[in-house]
Design a protein around this ligand. Structure first.
Ligand SMILES: *[C@@H]1O[C@H](CO)[C@@H](O)[C@H](O)[C@H]1NC(C)=O
Ligand SMILES: *[C@@H]1O[C@H](CO)[C@@H](O)[C@H](O)[C@H]1NC(C)=O
Ligand SMILES: *[C@@H]1O[C@H](CO)[C@@H](O)[C@H](O)[C@H]1NC(C)=O
Ligand SMILES: *[C@@H]1O[C@H](CO)[C@@H](O)[C@H](O)[C@H]1NC(C)=O
Ligand SMILES: *[C@@H]1O[C@H](CO)[C@@H](O)[C@H](O)[C@H]1NC(C)=O
Length: 189
C-alpha cells in the first residue's frame, strides 16, 4: 500500500515528462520543416555573434518583403539596405532634434558629433553596397565595420558627458543590422 501510494507521485511526473518530450519532438520537427533561409541565416548569425538577437534579425527581414524568396547573396544586399535605411532615418532624427533647439548644451554637443558620424556613415554605406555588388567582400567588410563602430562612438559620446542618449534605439539598431550584414558577408567568402 505504502509502496503503491509513493510510486504514484513519481509515476505521474514521469509520464508527464514523456508526454512533454513527445510534444517537444513534434514541435521541433514541424519547425525544421518550415525553416527557410531567413531562419537559418538569423540562427547562424545569432549563434556566431552574441550581438545579434535572433528575433531582432527575423523582424528586420520581415520589414523587407523581398527577403522571403531571396538567396543568401540577395539577403546580404537586403541587410545592407536595412543598415542604409536606419542610418538615413537616424540622420534625419538628429537633424530634427538639433533644429528643435530644445536640448541642453551637452546633449546638443553629442548630437552634433553624431550628425557628423552618421553623415559619414551615409556616404560609407553607399560604398558598402557598391563593393558588395562587385563582390569586393573585403572592402564591404571593412567599411561596414566602420559604420558599426560609428554607432557605438555616437552612443558613447553621450555617456562620456553624462547625459542620456536620445539615440540609444537607433544606435543599437544600426549596430545590430550591421552585425547581421557582416555575418552574411562572412558566410559568402
Ligand atoms: C521559420 O520561419 C517561418 C516563416 O517565417 C516560421 O513559420 C517558422 O516557425 C520558422 N522556424 C523556426 C525554427 O523559427
Ligand atoms: C541569387 O539571386 C539573385 C537574384 O536576386 C541572382 O541574380 C543570383 O544569381 C542568385 N545567386 C545564386 C548563387 O543563385
Ligand atoms: C531618407 O529619409 C528621408 C526622410 O525619412 C526620405 O525622404 C529619404 O527618401 C530617405 N533617403 C534614402 C536614401 O533612404
Ligand atoms: C549653451 O551654449 C550657449 C552658446 O552656445 C550659451 O550662450 C548658453 O549660455 C549655454 N547654456 C548653458 C545652460 O550653459
Ligand atoms: C541592444 O538592445 C538589446 C535589447 O534592448 C540588448 O540586449 C543589446 O545588448 C543591445 N546591444 C547593444 C550593442 O547595445
Amino acid at each position: 500500500m505504502i509502496i503503491i501510494l509513493s510510486s504514484i507521485p513519481t509515476l505521474l511526473p514521469l509520464s508527464l515528462l514523456l508526454l512533454l518530450l513527445l510534444a517537444a519532438t513534434t514541435t521541433v520537427t514541424t519547425a525544421v520543416e518550415s525553416t527557410n533561409l531567413i531562419n537559418q541565416t538569423c540562427m547562424t548569425s545569432s549563434i556566431s555573434d552574441p550581438n545579434i538577437n535572433y528575433n531582432f534579425c527575423i523582424n528586420a527581414f520581415q520589414t523587407a518583403p523581398s527577403s522571403l524568396n531571396a538567396n543568401l547573396t540577395r539577403l546580404g544586399l537586403i541587410s545592407i539596405n536595412l543598415v542604409k535605411h536606419n542610418v538615413n532615418s537616424t540622420t534625419f532624427l538628429v537633424q530634427t532634434l538639433l533644429e528643435n533647439n530644445k536640448v541642453d548644451n551637452c546633449t546638443k554637443s553629442g548630437l552634433e558629433d553624431c550628425l557628423q558620424l552618421y553623415s559619414n556613415s551615409m556616404f560609407t554605406i553607399r560604398e558598402v553596397a557598391r563593393d558588395y555588388r562587385a563582390r569586393r567582400l573585403n572592402g564591404a567588410n571593412v567599411k561596414l565595420s566602420s559604420v558599426m563602430e560609428a554607432s557605438t562612438t555616437c552612443e558613447d559620446g553621450f555617456k562620456d558627458v553624462g547625459v542620456g542618449s536620445p539615440l540609444t534605439k537607433h544606435n543599437n539598431d544600426t549596430f545590430q543590422l550591421s552585425a547581421i550584414a557582416l555575418s552574411i558577408i562572412c558566410m559568402l567568402y
